[in-house]
Design a protein around this ligand. Structure first.
Ligand code: 4NP
Length: 165
């Protein structure tokens, strides 16, 4: 059921086991720490069906734990039949995600809800995506978390009218 008084954000990546569940947990923590828990609905979903029902990738959970995040979203697949309607912003991690999700939009209004995480980077302004760490190593997971923290700060600043530096 749609909650009209809240800002509803859905984070998207390919598998919903690395980048978007991490973003889900990090944004939720930032919102909670800002005392805005009641003002936001945060969720995440994947483009592909491969990991539906699974906990996030163990490597992402471990890297997240070291930074104080509990990354425990259960993977689900993006569903264009209701996710466009249920969310105000659909935030994608890279250009492939952007193409895939905008292609599923039913009209211009839905297409405009789709935004790129990279457009909200502050410290990492100039980078164009949160690269997929799935086939990478420790440094790729750390970079993904650095970029995600930066993008979440940027999005929250924007939505709370603190600017985007
Ligand atoms: P994510 O990473 O999109 O950040 O969750 C991936 C996880 C799994 C796969 C691809 C990317 N996969 O192909 O199974």
């Amino acid at each position: 059921m749609k909650q009209m008084d809240k800002t509803r954000i859905l984070f998207i990546c390919l598998g919903n086991i690395c980048r978007s569940p991490a973003t889900n947990a990090i944004m939720q923590k930032f919102v909670d720490e800002a005392g805005l828990t009641d003002k936001f609905v945060i969720d995440s979903a994947g483009i592909g069906p491969w990991h539906v029902g699974q906990l996030p990738d163990k490597r992402m959970r471990q890297h997240g734990t070291k930074r104080g995040y509990k990354i425990d979203h259960i993977a689900r697949q993006f569903d264009a039949s209701h996710d466009f309607n249920d969310f105000d912003y659909i935030v994608v991690m890279d250009d492939e995600n952007y193409k895939n999700i905008t292609w599923q939009a039913h009209d211009e209004g839905e297409r405009k809800k789709v935004i790129r995480m990279a457009d909200y980077f502050i410290k990492y302004k100039g980078r164009t995506s949160v690269p997929d760490p799935y086939y990478g190593g420790d440094s790729d997971f750390e970079l993904a978390l650095d970029l995600i923290e930066d993008g979440c700060r940027g999005i929250l600043n924007k939505l709370t009218n603190k600017g985007n530096s």
